[in-house]
Design a protein around this ligand. Structure first.
Ligand SMILES: *Cc1c(COP(=O)(O)O)cnc(C)c1O
Length: 409
């Protein structure tokens, strides 16, 4: 089901025309569909219903508090990678027994907070971290539940900057180190070894790497004979960013996991980010200028790479559509760029784009994940607003940062 679509040549989010929003709120801004968010969460749960996993939404993909509260209401847990994300998840009302703490460089302060809040699992990524978690737990007289993050040496066949499961990456511990570390943890008084976790990367659309990971986990379990309470399979489920692209077949993944847990007494945890939030959001931007130069039309938007970093960071391509469909086309190539003083501040180059003019609006699509959460104040630009649409209603869920706040620090 698609809640962001053209209706009578107008781009609409649920029942609201984006043009209405563009006139009401100052551009650029992010706009999300609540029904799309709920639809995605339920279709994820539904695809895996035979294994009843804990779904821990990856907060780094989008940490807007209003959206987190909505996710909490429909039963989501959280995967957090900093104390900030942990406190935000708790503030959204998410039960700490559904919160998993991941990350390769947790500080003492972060570990202490996670222990005090009694999160479900702290997923450790090195021997030094294990020692630190044990030491802090001892000081606090606690027995802390931990998981070990395995680096399975499986690459996700995705963009190299979002691949985390290869041998050469900083994440997790290798197969042999994992076995040794688990045996060491079993002897530590203030730790409870409850989980084995993996996360091999993001935007993976092919089932094969997930299949390989499951077989490696099986090998480890057979070797060390530990009954893990939780197997945390991470996130990474890929979505389709355009009509041409395939998304991951969740039903197929579900069948593999079902086979994997057969004869095991284990709870599966998933940490999806992009799959839940990716297609729920668009970025609405106004065309400031159109500049013709060397047979190319530069369409200069009021949104820049500081507002949406994915194209510059990962060479990601987000579709751009005018808020109102037109019939004429540009004869020249168009290149959508932002106002930032960087040549990588460009979003898309396209031939045969619909004819649009200065002052018109466009939407960059599928920007719900790693859009706002990756934004910055680069070029001393305020972070932009976020709007939530539900049915025929819309509301501001994050204010645009004020210039006063921006220049005072
Ligand atoms: C980023 C991340 C996720 C979420 O990845 P998606 O591709 O958005 O599903 C899950 N787990 C960990 C440990 C992560 O770092």
């Amino acid at each position: 089901m698609n809640y962001i679509r053209l209706r009578k040549n107008n781009l609409c989010v649920e029942n609201i025309s984006t043009l209405t929003l563009a006139k009401k709120y100052r551009t650029p801004f992010y706009c999300y569909s609540l029904s799309q968010l709920k639809n995605n969460f339920y279709s994820f749960k539904n695809a895996f219903k035979i294994i009843k996993p804990i779904v821990a939404f990856s907060i780094k993909s989008n940490s807007n508090l209003a959206l987190l509260k909505e996710l909490k209401k429909i039963g989501s847990g959280a995967d957090v990678v900093s104390v900030g994300e942990l406190l935000k998840a708790i503030k959204a009302g998410i039960n700490t027994k559904k919160i998993v703490f991941s990350g390769v460089g947790k500080t003492e302060e972060e570990i202490r907070m996670a222990i005090k809040k009694r999160v479900l699992l702290i997923n450790v990524e090195s021997e030094s971290e294990v020692n630190l978690v044990n030491k802090i737990s001892k000081k606090l007289s606690k027995k802390t539940s931990i998981g070990v993050r395995l680096n399975p040496n499986v690459t996700g066949k995705t963009h190299k900057k979002i691949s985390t499961g290869g041998r050469g990456e900083k994440f997790g511990v290798t197969y042999n180190d994992c076995i040794n570390l688990c045996e060491k943890i079993l002897k530590m008084k203030n730790l409870k070894l409850e989980g084995l976790s993996v996360h091999i990367g993001s935007q993976i659309t092919n089932i094969k790497p997930f299949k390989e990971v499951l077989s490696i986990i099986n090998k480890i379990i057979n070797k060390i004979k530990i009954d893990f309470k939780f197997i945390d399979l991470g996130g990474g489920m890929g979505i389709s960013y355009s009509n041409k692209e395939q998304h991951l077949n969740l039903k197929q993944y579900s069948r593999l996991v079902k086979k994997f847990i057969k004869n095991k007494n284990v709870k599966i945890i998933f940490e999806p980010g992009r799959f839940i939030i990716g297609n729920t959001g668009i970025l609405i931007s106004k065309i400031i200028y159109i500049k013709k130069s060397n047979n190319k039309n530069f369409i200069i938007l009021d949104a820049g790479m500081n507002d949406l970093m994915r194209p510059a960071l990962y060479a990601a391509q987000h579709q751009i559509i005018p808020l109102r469909k037109t019939n004429k086309k540009f004869r020249e190539i168009v290149e959508f760029v932002g106002p930032i003083c960087e040549s990588s501040d460009k979003f898309l180059t396209q031939r045969g784009f619909e004819k649009i003019k200065e002052g018109d609006y466009v939407a960059l699509t599928h920007v719900g994940a790693y859009g706002m959460s990756l934004s910055s104040n680069y070029n001393t630009r305020p972070t932009i607003a976020e709007i939530l649409v539900s049915g025929s209603k819309h509301k501001l869920i994050k204010k645009r940062q004020s210039l006063e706040n921006l220049i005072n620090n």
